[in-house]
Design a protein around this ligand. Structure first.
Ligand code: ADP
Ligand code: ASP
Ligand code: MG
Length: 406
C-alpha cells in the first residue's frame, strides 16, 4: 500500500467528461489499496476568465480580493471531482485550503506555503476516504484567502505530498511527460524518461510551464518523488530524480523559452562607482526582479549603456522607478522593447563540457538571429533575441544539440 498525491491540471478537468476520465485514474489507484489525495486545478481557461473579471472591475485591484475571485475556479472542480468519485461508488470529500488548512504567508497573488495540517486527512485515509484538495489556494495568517501564483496547483500537490510524506506525487497533464523542449513548438522534441531536479528547476524557471518553479524547488528540498504524466494516455511519464539516478547523461537535456520578459536599456549612464546600485537598488525596493544584465564599454571612458530584463508583469512599475532615478545616474534616455524572448539551453553536463555556448552562438548566427543579451549559470546559457525568431531559434538549437527525434 502506498500513499499517493495525484494532481490534475486545467485541461484534465476542463469539463465533466474529462473529470470523469481523471476520476477513473483515481479509481484505478484506489482499487489497488492506495491512500489517495487528489489536487485539482480550475477548468482550463477559467482562471484567465476570473483574472479578466478582476482587472475589468478595478485596474488597481486589491490583491486580497483578486485572490478571493481567482481562487474560486478550484473550489468548483474540487467539489465536482468529489461528486464524480462518489458517483463511481468511492468515498471522497473535497477540501478547500482554509479547511485543511494550507497556511501561507500574506503575499497575495504569489503566496508561499508555510505549513499544512494533515492529521485529519490521514485519519480519514484509514477509513479509506479519498481527499480532493482545491489546488492553488491557501489561507494567510490573518485568515484571508491567498493564491500561490499562476500554475500554483503543482505546488499545492507537491507541498501536500511532502506534508503527507507521500510515496509519490503524480502530476497529470496534457502532455505525457517533460520533453526536451515545448512539444507544441518543437515537433521533434523528445520525451525524457528522467530529468534531474536541478535541470527541471532550471527548465521551469526559464519558462517551461509544465511544472511551476516552486513545486520543483519544494520537491527537491523535501525529496518528493515527482512524476509528470498524461491524464489521457496510460503510459509512463517523466520521473524527476536525483542526479545519481541518471545513468546516461546528455550534455544538453532541454531548451526552454520565455516570452514573459521585457528589455530595458539606459543609455549614456555615468561610468562611475555606485551607478549600478543607484539603478538596481530602487528597482529591488519596488519588488521588481531583474534577470539578465549587460553593461557595455564606455567608448569615451565616461558613459556606458546598461541593458537588462524584467518580467513583463513588472514592466510598468520598472519604467516608473527608472524615470524617477534617471537624472541621478546621469542617464540620457530609457529605451524599452517588449518583443523579445529569452531562450535557454540547460544541462548538468555543461559543468564538465566546454563549447556548449559556442554551438548556441554559431547556430543562431547561421540563422541570422541577433543576440541582444547573454547570461549564464553553471548548467544554463540564456540569450535574449527578437520574439519573431522564437520558433526558428528553438528548432535550430534543438537540432544543433542533437536532441531531435528520428
Ligand atoms: P496543466 O494545466 O496540466 O497544469 P500546463 O499548461 O500548465 O498544464 O503545462 C503543460 C504544458 O506545458 C504543455 O501543454 C506544454 O505545451 C508546456 N511545456 C512547455 N515546455 C515543456 C516541456 N519541456 N515539456 C513538456 N511540456 C512543456
Ligand atoms: N488555475 C491556476 C492557474 O491557472 C493554477 C493552476 O492551474 O495550476 O494558474
Ligand atoms: Mg500548470
Amino acid at each position: 500500500m502506498a500513499r499517493i498525491v495525484m494532481k490534475f491540471g486545467g485541461t484534465s478537468v476542463a469539463d465533466l467528461d474529462r473529470i470523469r476520465n481523471a476520476a477513473k485514474r483515481v479509481k484505478a489507484e484506489y482499487d489497488q489499496g492506495h491512500e489517495i489525495a487528489v489536487a485539482v486545478s480550475a477548468m482550463a481557461g477559467e482562471t484567465n476568465r476570473l483574472v479578466d473579471f478582476v482587472t475589468n472591475a478595478n485596474k488597481l485591484h486589491d490583491a486580497r480580493e483578486y485572490d478571493v475571485v481567482v481562487s474560486s475556479g478550484e473550489q468548483v472542480t474540487s467539489g465536482l471531482m468529489a461528486l464524480t468519485l462518489q458517483e463511481m461508488g468511492l468515498p471522497a470529500r473535497s477540501w478547500l485550503a482554509w479547511q485543511i488548512p494550507i497556511q501561507t504567508d500574506d503575499v497575495h497573488g504569489k503566496a508561499r506555503i508555510q505549513a499544512i495540517e494533515t492529521e485529519n486527512m490521514i485519519e480519514r485515509f484509514a477509513d479509506r476516504q479519498i481527499a480532493v484538495v482545491a489546488g492553488f489556494q491557501g489561507i494567510s495568517p490573518d485568515r484571508r484567502v491567498t493564491t500561490l501564483g499562476r500554475g500554483g496547483s503543482d505546488t499545492s500537490a507537491v507541498a501536500l505530498a511532502a506534508a503527507l510524506e507521500a510515496d509519490r506525487c503524480d502530476i497529470y497533464t496534457d502532455v505525457d511527460g517533460v520533453y526536451t523542449s515545448d512539444p507544441r513548438i518543437v515537433t521533434k522534441a523528445r520525451k525524457l524518461d528522467r530529468i534531474t531536479y536541478e535541470e527541471m528547476l532550471e527548465m521551469a524557471s526559464q519558462g517551461a510551464k509544465v511544472l511551476q518553479t516552486r513545486s520543483v524547488e519544494l520537491a527537491m528540498k523535501a525529496g518528493v518523488r515527482l512524476q509528470v504524466l498524461s491524464s489521457f494516455r496510460e503510459e509512463p511519464g517523466t520521473l524527476v530524480v536525483d542526479e545519481d539516478e541518471i545513468v546516461e547523461h546528455q550534455i544538453v537535456s532541454g531548451i526552454a523559452y520565455s516570452r514573459d520578459e521585457a528589455k530595458i536599456s539606459l543609455s549614456g549612464v555615468s561610468d562611475k562607482p555606485g551607478v549600478a546600485a543607484g539603478i538596481f537598488g530602487p528597482l529591488s525596493e519596488a519588488n521588481v526582479n531583474v534577470d539578465m544584465i549587460v553593461q557595455s564599454m564606455a567608448a569615451d571612458g565616461q558613459r556606458t549603456d546598461m541593458t537588462f530584463t524584467v518580467g513583463k508583469a513588472d514592466f510598468d512599475r520598472a519604467m516608473e522607478v527608472l524615470n524617477g532615478v534617471k537624472d541621478d545616474v546621469g542617464c540620457n534616455d530609457v529605451l524599452s522593447d517588449q518583443n523579445v524572448v529569452k531562450i535557454s539551453v540547460i544541462g548538468v553536463g555543461m559543468r564538465s563540457h566546454a563549447g556548449v555556448a559556442q554551438v548556441m552562438f554559431r547556430t543562431l548566427a547561421e540563422k541570422g538571429i541577433n543576440i541582444q543579451v547573454i547570461s549564464t549559470s553553471e548548467i544554463k546559457i540564456s540569450v535574449l533575441v527578437a520574439e519573431e525568431y522564437t520558433e526558428l531559434a528553438l528548432r535550430a538549437l534543438h537540432t544543433a544539440y542533437g536532441l531531435d527525434t528520428d
